[in-house]
Ligand binder design. Structure first.
Ligand code: AHG
Ligand code: MN
Ligand code: MN
Length: 365
């Protein structure tokens, strides 16, 4: 048997750095620290109930509800700690922000501060932990504002409010049947599979590309009564299949781990929607802009797909708050563009007045 020569994540990053001969190596070192945190989370997840890490935190843990009013699981908290502890000491970060921390995280005074900021969702899809379904971590790297770099001052919320176009790198780890790391440093998307024998991420998917067309969509249909008309129209047309306006049958998937849906779409195309809806007037969508929509958006676009709010490209949105929620549509380019078009076509807004929704909608009572 001949062994196949594969690149490690480290080798891939060195290759990428060759494009910038003056680069210091800090950026790569940071990404390797993030990869280490992901490996630690992968091991913890893999031990499942054997590691007593499932379920809710013990009653003496005071932080069992995060800033968004969501229940934190033990693994949410532990994964957050892996991220902070494995990346804070390297001297590459000016600060961090996470779904699980109300406020920006400061690099301790005893450690060196650097020029990057790390933003992350340490565990995405955490409702799936207890049922042994794929979960993951999502992260984004931003450059700290120049005055933060110059002064070494504490980071504040406003420092993180940068549009997705400013991201220097984005990635996710997937804790499924295999552990994977999928990464963009702004030059396409590469996928790595964790070799459990070596403990190394090996380059297995060098240039991930999303097909422009698809017949697979993902949306939580239990929210259909709250959807806006353009989304109803799109889904109705998918459901109508061959005999409807689209003239082809569609298939539907819903994992409830956005990171796992993003991976499926990177592998074989598809569309994912958690659109803005009318469920809760105080929330413009379910998913978070800075550590869910933007990093996934950058990866999807680097792979030739498209990410949008439905109304505008996701990566150009100017954030207004650290934990801001937003409507998210991403995946195969032609489908995302179609949904954007439906949002622009005034006729599609008439909902009840529009016979498409009033009579033919499969989601009507
Ligand atoms: P998180 O576990 O980080 O809070 O995110 C869960 C998100 C996302 O991964 C998933 O697509 C969505 O919530 C699931 O929403 P529903 O509960 O509406 O299915
Ligand atoms: Mn999440
Ligand atoms: Mn999470």
């Amino acid at each position: 048997m001949t062994t196949r020569r594969r690149f490690t994540l480290t080798q891939y990053l060195i290759e990428q750095r060759r494009r910038f001969p003056s680069a210091s190596g800090d950026f790569n070192a940071l990404l390797l620290d993030v990869a280490l945190a992901c490996k630690a989370i992968a091991r913890t997840v893999a031990f499942g109930d054997l590691g007593s890490m499932l379920g809710q935190p013990a009653p003496d843990v005071t932080t069992s509800v995060n800033v968004q009013g969501e229940e934190q699981k033990k693994l949410d908290v532990i994964s957050n700690e892996y991220f902070t502890q494995m990346t804070e000491w390297g001297g590459h970060l000016a600060g961090m922000a996470s779904e699980e921390m109300d406020h920006p995280y400061q690099i301790p005074a005893t450690m060196q501060r650097g020029k990057y900021m790390l933003v992350f969702d340490p565990l995405d899809g955490s409702s799936n932990i207890d049922v042994n379904v794929t979960v993951g971590s999502i992260f984004s790297v931003l450059r700290a504002p120049q005055d933060v770099i110059d002064s070494g001052r504490d980071v504040v919320e406003a420092d993180f409010l940068q549009p997705g176009t400013e991201q220097l790198a984005a990635g996710y780890a997937l804790y499924g049947p295999t552990t994977m790391l999928v990464l963009t440093v702004g030059n396409g998307v590469a996928g790595f599979t964790l070799d459990p024998n070596l403990g190394q991420f090996m380059l297995t998917h060098p240039n991930m590309q999303i097909p422009e067309d698809t017949h697979e969509f993902a949306i939580n249909a239990s929210n259909s009564r709250f959807w806006e008309a353009p989304v109803k129209r799109y889904v109705d047309e998918c459901l109508a299949g061959k005999t409807g306006a689209r003239g082809k049958d569609f298939n539907m998937r819903w994992i409830a781990s956005m990171v796992a849906e993003a991976h499926r779409i990177l592998m074989r195309g598809g569309i994912f929607m958690y659109p803005r809806d009318t469920k809760d007037a105080a929330k413009h969508g379910r998913l978070r802009l800075l550590y869910e929509a933007n990093p996934v958006g950058m990866i999807i676009e680097q792979a030739g797909g498209r990410a949008s709010t439905g109304r505008e490209p996701m990566l150009t949105v100017q954030p207004t708050a650290l934990h801001q929620r937003i409507g998210l549509v991403f995946g195969s380019k032609n489908e995302v563009e179609r949904i954007e078009r439906y949002h622009r076509e005034p006729g599609a807004y008439k909902d009840d007045a529009n016979p498409l929704f009033a009579e033919r909608s499969l989601f009507r009572d």
